[in-house]
Design a protein around this ligand. Structure first.
Ligand SMILES: NC(=O)c1ccc[n+]([C@@H]2O[C@H](COP(=O)([O-])OP(=O)(O)OC[C@H]3O[C@@H](n4cnc5c(N)ncnc54)[C@H](O)[C@@H]3O)[C@@H](O)[C@H]2O)c1
Length: 322
């Protein structure tokens, strides 16, 4: 079916998430024409040479917006340059690797900031909306304890590309900076506000030579008396289960960290809620719906301020003073 194009978009950054998730989502979207693929690395450009799309080392004119699937130590400067050039920007999370690095966003005028959407992709999942409803309407009780166990990126020394990519990412901060971008955004969204305090925190390096602690955790207080216990871990040979659970006086809700299947257990029953399609496809599609809406004048969700707030909490947990 021909597309009813509202927006001409370039994908900048042709690495892992760029090619595996953003590229197919941009190609699928009925209101987006993907017109440029940009990466300074010639090998990355060669990987997409067979697609019928212009490929370049630097962004060229003729687009309304860009999706930045670039490393977080590159994304801030590109976001500032492109929004100042009048473009809409969907920028991958985290918005920077530290609050110091995020100061570059202070250069933006309000109208420019307003053109930035942050790639906190899983905020768009209906499972997060369902969980927010159960918390807000008291299905689980008045006050809840959230336990977030976020474990990913197993250590596979025989996979040189993965080992190099995760080691390079750790050089720019512990997993809490990278995964916390998502989790602290969900917690604010679920618990009705930003955390009041980081009450406690810990970090462990499971082997010598790692550039940052690969296991980190904390206890946080939220408005309304809600508490959160969070753990983030990467790069061990085996990983614990990745899940988020919300426990209150009346019930327990569990979110599978990979499928986003939800289980609600109360004294009366157990119910499993699954949403159609796989989590990645539906979230990347919904994220682009929001990007087109932003281009049409609807405020960004999640906004640059949401991304910075999640980074601020992650940095407090990581223990680096602002
Ligand atoms: N939203 C999500 O669910 C999700 C999932 C995975 C990764 N991410 C985020 O996406 C970002 C990219 O992660 P990745 O794993 O794909 O990394 P990656 O290293 O595989 O890819 C990054 C790409 O950016 C390119 N690049 C570097 N500098 C550039 C520049 N100045 N201009 C254009 N391109 C440039 C690199 O050549 C590389 O191809 C990270 O911030 C990561 O946290 C988000």
């Amino acid at each position: 079916m021909p597309k009813d194009v509202a927006m001409r978009v370039a994908l900048v950054g042709l690495g892992d998430i760029g090619l595996s998730a953003h590229l197919p989502a941009l190609q699928r979207h009925p209101a987006i024409e993907l017109v440029q693929l940009v990466d300074p690395d010639p090998d990355r450009r060669a990987a997409v040479a067979e697609l019928d799309i212009q490929v370049a080392a630097e962004l060229e004119a003729g687009v309304d917006g860009v999706v930045l699937a670039t490393p977080p130590w590159v994304t801030p400067e590109l976001t500032v340059d492109y929004t100042r050039a009048g473009l809409f920007v969907l920028a991958e999370k985290p918005v920077a690797t530290s609050m110091e690095a995020a100061r570059i966003y202070d250069k933006l005028e309000p109208a420019e900031r307003g053109r930035v959407q942050v790639g906190l992709t899983y905020r768009h999942d209906p499972a997060i909306g369902q969980l927010a409803t159960w918390i807000a309407n008291g299905t689980l009780g008045e006050t809840v304890l959230v336990r977030a166990h976020i474990y990913d990126e197993p250590y596979r020394p025989d996979d040189a590309e993965h080992t190099a990519r995760i080691t390079a990412t750790l050089e720019h901060g512990s997993p809490v900076v990278h995964e916390g971008a998502h989790v602290f955004d969900w917690l604010t969204h679920l618990l009705g506000g930003r955390p009041i305090a980081v009450d406690d925190r810990w970090a462990v390096r499971t082997r010598a030579g790692l550039p940052a602690p690969n296991l980190t955790g904390a206890r946080l207080s939220y408005p309304g008396g809600h508490q959160a216990l969070v753990e983030f871990g990467w790069f061990t040979s085996a990983l614990p289960r990745c899940e988020l659970s919300v426990l209150g006086d009346r019930g327990l809700a569990t979110l599978d960290g990979f499928t986003f299947a939800l289980t609600l257990t109360t004294a009366e029953s157990e119910e499993v809620v699954r949403f159609p399609g796989d989590r990645m496809t539906r979230c990347f599609d919904r994220q682009l719906d929001r990007f087109v809406a932003l281009h049409n004048g609807v405020p960004a969700e999640p906004s640059l301020d949401d991304g910075i707030a999640a980074l601020r909490t992650a940095q407090l947990v990581a223990g680096r003073a602002e």
